[in-house]
Design a protein around this ligand. Sequence first.
Ligand code: HEC
Length: 317
Amino acid sequence: MKIRVTLLAALAAAFASAFLWGQTRPAAALSGRVMSAEEGPMEGVLVSARGPGSMTITVVSDAEGRYAFPSSKAQAGRYTIRIRAVGYDLDSPRDVTLTANGGVTADLKLTKTQDLASQLSNSEWLASFPGTEQQKASVRACTHCHTLERVARSRYDVEKLTAVIGRMATYPQLSFPLMIQKLVAARIGGGTTAVPLAALRRDDVLGDADLVINATPVGLTNAKLPIRHAATPRRCLFVDLVYGARPTPFLVAATRAGRRVLDGGHMLLHQGALAFERWTGERAPRAAMARALRDAGLALTQPDAAASFRVPRPPTR
Ligand code: HEC
């Protein structure tokens, strides 16, 4: 039972050091108290320091308003201090310089903020809204695409806000104010007609389809969709948004019916590429990205086409 004994010894050592750490805390690199004229010592304030390594470390003040950054986490250099305590701004100091010896003390003075609205998180907005939980539930979903600050700061009457909400319904889930996208159906211009799933077996529904896209997660569980692939014209392309190491049953059946297929790997690739270009302003290395996906075991169904796809930029108003 050598292994067991060694393991126990290791655990004991770990406990002992955790215990010792609790007893004799290592000297703090930076510590002090958080105070405001209104509340005196302030508990629960998030104090963040961003230093030379450009990494930000955050600690929380205790019941006496004390905060401390462990020296193991901070190297010498100049640090910018930020705080988060709803209703307050950091008055001073805004930055501190840590020496190699550590032990710097900085008491933080907070003042009442002039702009409370810009500090609220979505949950704080929700908590501050009047109304029952049920009434609030109707605005909770607005946070899929943007913060509630945008909603709370708008100045519409009922009629105009209703029109705005109507416009929101024309955006897909991945649309947000910095990258506005319209629902595909509206962009193509016709609107969509809903048909029951069972209709996908009928020839008249699929008889002139050029493209059939499965946007459901059904392929993730290997379940089958009740669709008659062979009811489509020969030229029809079947696309599944699910991606994985193997084609989904939806695509397997399409291949068996002699139709062309494309799996969700391409969507993953081009979404990633567009996001990369948006963030960096550089052209995305699509071929390298496609290779990385293949190395990760994603079988792109048309590997050669991956590098040459043209994806039109979504409209940005
Ligand atoms: C599917 C994504 C999405 C959802 C969900 C969404 N929005 Fe928006 N919202 C947007 C986008 C994109 C913009 C910016 C483009 C625009 O103004 O049309 C925007 C802008 C706004 C604006 C500022 C523009 C203006 O005309 O004042 C308001 C107000 C707003 N949304 C309210 C809401 C409300 C209220 C809800 C929930 C009922 C909501 N939104 C849900 C995507 C969304």
